[in-house]
Write a new protein. Structure first.
Length: 162
C-alpha cells in the first residue's frame, strides 16, 4: 500500500469507522433483508414498489459498507500519545491559537480529513490552518491564507486531545 492511499485517522476516528461498519453489517443488513422478505410476500415483485425501494436501499448500503471497509483497510492510525515529540502539533493533538494583535483564542483538535468538523472544533490536518500548525511548537507564529485574507496566529498551547 502506498503512502498516498493511506487515510490518517486518530484512534477515536478509527473507532467511529469500525462502529459504523459493525452497525451497517450486523444491524442494517438484517433490517433491509427483512424488508425485502416482507415485500416479496406482497406477491408479484415486477410491480412491487416496496421491493424496488428495499433493493435500492440494499445497493446503497452495500456501497457504503465497501467504502468503509476500504477506508478501514487503508487507515493509518496516528496516536499522539505515542509520539516521540510530545510538544509539537500532531494529528490528534489539541492546539490553542491566538490571533496576533488580538485577544481572540480558539482551540482546535487536529484530526484526519474525514473526521473534520469545524463547528465542533475539529480541523483536518490538510486544512489551511491544520497544514500551517502541523509540526509547530508553542510560541511559534504561523500565517494562514484564507478567503478573507491572511491571518497570523501564535500557538499558545499544545496538548494531547482527550
Amino acid at each position: 500500500m502506498t503512502e498516498k492511499n493511506q487515510e490518517l485517522v486518530t484512534p477515536d476516528g478509527m473507532e467511529k469507522l469500525q462502529e459504523e461498519l459493525r452497525y451497517l453489517t450486523e444491524d442494517r443488513r438484517r433490517e433491509i433483508a427483512d424488508r425485502i422478505r416482507q415485500a416479496r410476500e406482497f406477491g408479484d415483485i415486477s410491480e412491487n414498489s416496496e421491493y424496488d425501494d428495499a433493493k435500492t436501499e440494499q445497493g446503497l448500503l452495500e456501497r457504503r459498507i465497501n467504502e468503509l471497509q476500504r477506508r478501514v483497510r487503508n487507515a493509518k492510525v496516528v496516536d499522539p500519545s505515542k509520539s516521540v515529540d510530545d510538544d509539537s502539533v500532531e494529528l490528534g493533538t489539541s492546539v490553542t491559537l491566538r490571533v496576533v494583535g488580538k485577544d481572540e483564542e480558539r482551540t482546535f483538535q487536529i484530526v484526519g480529513v474525514n473526521e473534520s468538523d469545524p463547528t465542533s472544533g475539529k480541523l483536518s490536518h490538510s486544512s489551511p490552518v491544520g497544514r500551517a500548525v502541523l509540526k509547530r511548537r508553542v510560541g511559534e507564529k504561523v500565517t494562514v491564507a484564507t478567503p478573507r485574507g491572511s491571518t497570523e496566529y501564535e500557538i499558545v498551547n499544545v496538548e494531547i486531545a482527550s
